[in-house]
Design a protein around this ligand. Structure first.
Ligand SMILES: NC(=O)C1=CN([C@@H]2O[C@H](COP(=O)(O)OP(=O)(O)OC[C@H]3O[C@@H](n4cnc5c(N)ncnc54)[C@H](O)[C@@H]3O)[C@@H](O)[C@H]2O)C=CC1
Ligand SMILES: CC(C)CC(=O)C(=O)O
Length: 140
């Protein structure tokens, strides 16, 4: 499939896709587009795995437009660490506890600005991280 058609089909019928194999530049563009289909690029972890070395990072960049405003969603970074625990350190239970903490905090209605909806509780970057940390260590 050509990338222009892929960009259109991603919006028209995202469930048509499971794995997309592509080269670097088109993949970079399509992942940002796909991120918004899920709600926010601040929610998406990533892993680059191959050979003996793996790299785990959020899909997003340094978000300079919101630097210092405590608006950045830390969940993509936290879930990247969960992937590292699972795939590099072979600690699936630790990985699950991180992922479950993220789900639990979201289920309780806490939201950073990028995923805020009516009726939910707004929190900043630090507060979201702290809520997740407390859930992991059983303090909430
Ligand atoms: N994986 C990587 O290493 C990446 C690095 N970059 C680098 O980051 C810098 C900024 O690039 P941009 O094009 O601005 O992309 P970016 O991903 O940093 O930001 C794009 C948009 O998404 C928002 N955003 C990003 N992360 C967010 C988060 N955690 N919570 C809420 N909103 C978030 C930003 O506020 C901005 O509006 C550049 O130096 C670029 O090269 C960009 C993308 C990926
Ligand atoms: C320098 C950029 C191409 C980085 C980027 O957008 C990415 O890694 O997703």
């Amino acid at each position: 499939m050509y990338v222009d058609n892929c960009a259109m089909q991603l919006v028209r019928n995202p469930k048509h896709f499971d794995v997309i194999i592509t080269e670097n530049m088109f993949g970079d563009i399509l992942t940002d587009q796909a991120a918004m289909l899920t709600g926010s690029i601040g929610m998406l972890p990533s892993a680059s795995i191959g050979g003996s070395v793996a790299l785990y990072e959020p899909v997003h960049g340094s978000a300079p437009d919101i630097a210092g405003q405590k608006k950045a969603n830390p969940i993509a970074t936290i879930l990247s660490a969960a992937m590292m625990l699972k795939y590099s350190f072979h600690m699936p239970e630790a990985a699950d506890s991180v992922s479950q903490a993220v789900s639990a905090v979201l289920e309780k209605g806490y939201r950073t600005p990028d995923i805020m909806e009516d009726g939910k509780t707004p929190v900043n970057t630090e507060e979201m991280g702290e809520l997740i940390r407390k859930h992991i260590i059983g303090e909430s």
